[in-house]
Design a protein around this ligand. Structure first.
Ligand SMILES: [Fe+2]
Ligand SMILES: [Fe+2]
Length: 277
């Protein structure tokens, strides 16, 4: 069971200074050799995962600046500026993987366009509708605590903390077990390390927001109620239906339990237990 860290933005900023990396230094030689030899099933599933990550990280990078503008202290503004850079760096890693392994060299928007053909309506509902709306509302009202709480619940708890952590856990376990795409696993693990800081910020922020204004707990709850069904659906690979399927060597139930387990622990720390939904 992973612990929940409660670090303030200044501490998280110092961690960022100590954790720099570049997506262009990761060795992708073995990945290139393996890619051509992948069987149809492996390739189909991995292609779906890579497409989902490419689209998600583009959305996450370009729909974040509103939160930087909604900072509550200089320390928080500093941390949020680092998260903006991290997300762009993650997008650059996935784009490099597309450039060098999956497809031909192209602009990021061309890669995103191609990747979009793979993603589900549930995935679109989260990233193209809910995230975009929450971001626009925050840009229009940077001082509106409800808009900020909805955005951080959606972005840090649902997208990063639930969808992101779950994908990372099962995708890397599968690739490591099959000894596939070692360069990708190195990059994805560095991204995951950055994500831990982001999620820690989201937990810190929501905990103190709800402690200061308990009515904001209802905004956390309604955001989760709105989005959790689409999260469950977007963790389902194409061609699988219902709740009884296997993917990446794990059952739907294992994947769901992992996703809900982490969210439950963070919501307890925030002070809005999942059982109160
Ligand atoms: Fe990211
Ligand atoms: Fe992130």
């Amino acid at each position: 069971m992973s612990e929940i860290h409660l670090f303030d933005p200044q501490t998280l900023y110092r961690h960022w200074e100590d954790g720099q990396w570049t997506p262009f230094a990761i060795d992708l030689e073995v990945d290139r050799e393996q890619w051509g030899d992948l069987g149809d099933e492996d390739r189909g599933l991995i292609f779906w995962v890579l497409s989902s990550l490419m689209v998600a990280e583009e959305r996450i990078t370009t729909k974040f600046s509103g939160l930087v503008g909604a900072y509550g202290s200089e320390e928080e503004a500093t941390f949020l500026a680092t998260q903006q850079v991290d997300e762009a760096r993650h997008m650059q890693f996935y784009a490099r993987f597309q450039d060098e392994i999956v497809a031909d060299r192209a602009t990021i928007s061309a890669h995103v366009e191609r990747a979009r053909r793979q993603i589900s309506p549930a995935f679109r509902a989260i990233f193209d509708t809910a995230l975009v709306e929450a971001h626009e509302r925050l840009i229009a009202n940077p001082q509106d605590a409800e808009a900020k709480v909805r955005f951080v619940t959606l972005y840090h708890q649902i997208l990063e903390g639930t969808l992101g952590l779950t994908s990372f856990n099962f995708v890397t376990a599968y690739l490591e077990r099959e000894e596939l795409l070692p360069g990708f696993v190195v990059g994805y693990s560095k991204i995951h390390h950055d994500e831990q800081r982001h999620i820690a910020y989201g937990t810190w922020y929501l905990r103190q927001a709800v402690a200061e204004a308990p009515a904001l707990a209802d905004v956390v709850r309604s955001t989760l109620r709105d989005l959790l069904p689409a999260v469950a659906e977007s963790l389902t690979p194409p061609d699988r239906e219902g709740t009884d399927w296997d993917a990446l060597g794990a059952s739907a139930e294992e994947i769901r339990d992992f996703a809900i387990g982490g969210l439950t622990r963070r919501l307890d720390v925030i002070g809005v237990p999942l059982s109160t939904l």
